[in-house]
Design a protein around this ligand. Structure first.
Ligand code: NAD
Length: 470
């Protein structure tokens, strides 16, 4: 592993943060290292009758809490180093948002566009079987979720395969999260990472003093935003940012970028991309062939939400955003982080900002283990109780609310009513915990280092409680 590899970058960031803690080196080493890595190869039969050998990994970074948790990525550049780096980030991410899991990550080295739906199903099911064979999947062991190149469809195949293997396991559906609703999924999971990014940005922008320090005014309203990657994370982040008052001035995809200082219509861009297969030719915007150039356009907030290693020492000096909000995992290299910090750019680190997905995955896992939908037991009771209180108020005041207002105010909480505020509260309190660490150290470090310190201290407590480390 070189310093420049993704895992090397994560380790360097960890080491920088560890200098602000008092933990013994042996404990820090235990926290930092990956506990288990499983590499697998298997053949699949292609639709044309040929055989293709597939390679994949699953890394479980930390068993200090079980199960371990983390997405599965389908991408041609997946490798062991990347999977281990992403698994490490998952451990710290879960700690930052107080989700009681260790970190894990999986990857299959394929470009999904090269395979038919049936082939992808065979690959996913066989990968699940391989994980099961070595006890790398299960509700109390290791629980995957989607990541780059995967979605609820793959999660449905994983859940179904696991359920066939784990005969009689009542909790089988809790072996994976972000499933379709009918298969035990939870409302709000698909958009959770993007929604969490929005909550995190909104909360950070709400502090006038912090905003002034980076040359911005308080609040998200009117802030010019650029989003790289229009997949699950990027699209939803952009959607909620715009709904929250931000202006989407540019979007970047692998085939180019679009720029319009007055703002882009996100839904029109998505529809155009669906129809034509790309961004080129979209009316009312300037098209940039060199997609990465979009990262350097004038804006207030830059949201890299595609892949790691997008902001490097080469382009960091030219980034014009005052706030970089990391939707993707590891989009900023260690060197670039230093440059941005020196230039007074605030970086809302991945391990805090994109934790919305794992937070709602945690809610889904709890739902699967309890075998009941959130709100199912209380909804009607709440509605009756609220109605009774409101009717009593009407009697006391002699005024009536009217049926529409009455039914709105007496509405009992269903699943989405509980999941989205649960996510909002998690992101807000995580931000304040990280910010508290940051200000306690007189803001001498960047936000990533502060988030790392907070995470390291939380994981350390788990090991200390075991009595192994002082
Ligand atoms: P996705 O596959 O849904 O979307 C990725 C998008 O990025 C695609 O539209 C793809 O075309 C685009 N893209 C690829 N290369 C690009 C390039 N060079 N320039 C611009 N765009 C490019 O994946 P996702 O789930 O949205 O994940 C994106 C990132 O967010 C990854 O780093 C992932 O690890 C991270 N993440 C995902 C989740 C989640 O819940 N899905 C949670 C936390 C973090």
């Amino acid at each position: 592993m070189s310093d420049q590899s993704f895992l090397g970058q994560v380790h360097r960031a960890f080491d920088a943060a560890a200098t602000f803690t008092n933990h013994p080196q042996a404990l820090l080493n235990q926290i930092k290292e990956c506990n288990a890595v499983y590499r697998v190869t298997f053949p699949i039969l292609r639709d044309d009758g040929t055989i293709k050998t597939i390679v994949g990994w699953r890394a479980e970074h930390s068993h200090h809490k079980l199960p371990t948790k983390g997405g599965i990525r389908y991408a041609i550049n997946v490798n062991e180093d990347e999977v281990m780096a992403l698994a490490s980030l998952m451990t710290y991410k879960c700690a930052v948002v107080d989700v009681p899991f260790g970190g894990a990550k999986g990857g299959i080295k394929i470009n999904r566009k090269d395979f038919s739906e049936h082939e992808l199903e065979r690959i996913t099911r066989r990968y699940t079987f391989e994980l099961w064979k070595k006890n790398f999947i299960g509700p109390g062991v290791d629980v995957p979720a989607p990541d780059y190149g995967t979605s609820s469809k793959e999660m449905a195949w994983i859940a179904d395969t696991y359920a066939q293997l784990a005969v009689g396991d009542l909790n089988a559906l809790a072996c994976v999260t972000a499933k379709p609703i009918a298969q035990g999924g939870i409302r709000g999971r698909t958009e959770a990472t993007g929604r969490g990014i929005y909550f995190g940005i909104r909360e950070a922008c709400d502090n006038a003093q912090d905003m002034k320090a980076i040359g911005l005014t308080r609040g998200l309203e009117g802030k010019r935003c650029i989003v790289q990657g229009l997949g699950n994370v990027g699209y939803h982040a952009a959607k909620f940012i715009v709904e929250g008052g931000g202006v989407l001035v540019a979007v970047a995809e692998y085939d180019g970028a679009l720029h319009n200082e007055k703002g882009l219509d996100l839904d029109a861009v998505m529809a155009y991309r669906k129809d034509t297969g790309g961004l080129k030719g979209f009316p009312g915007a300037t098209y940039l062939v060199e997609s990465r150039a979009a990262l350097e356009l004038p804006c207030d907030i830059l949201v890299p939400a595609a892949l790691e290693g997008q902001i490097t020492a080469a382009n960091a000096p030219r980034i014009q955003a005052k706030l970089v909000a990391e939707g993707a995992n590891g989009p900023t290299t260690f060197e670039a982080d230093g440059i941005l910090h020196q230039r007074g750019v605030m970086v809302l680190a991945d391990m805090f900002l994109n934790a919305g997905g794992v937070t709602v995955s945690y809610f889904e896992w709890l739902k699967n283990l309890s075998h009941v939908r959130f709100g199912r037991m209380e909804k009607r009771f709440e509605e009756t109780a609220f109605t009774n209180v409101l009717r009593a108020m009407e009697d006391l005041t002699g005024k009536t609310l009217g049926e529409e207002r009455m039914s709105k105010l007496s509405h009992g909480a269903d699943e989405a009513d509980l999941v989205n505020p649960g996510l909002e509260d998690t992101m807000i309190s995580a931000w304040h915990q990280v910010r508290e660490t940051w200000t306690r150290h007189d803001r001498k470090m960047d936000i990533r280092t502060a988030a790392f310190i907070s995470a390291i201290n939380k994981v350390a407590v788990s090991y200390q409680d075991l009595g192994i480390f002082p």
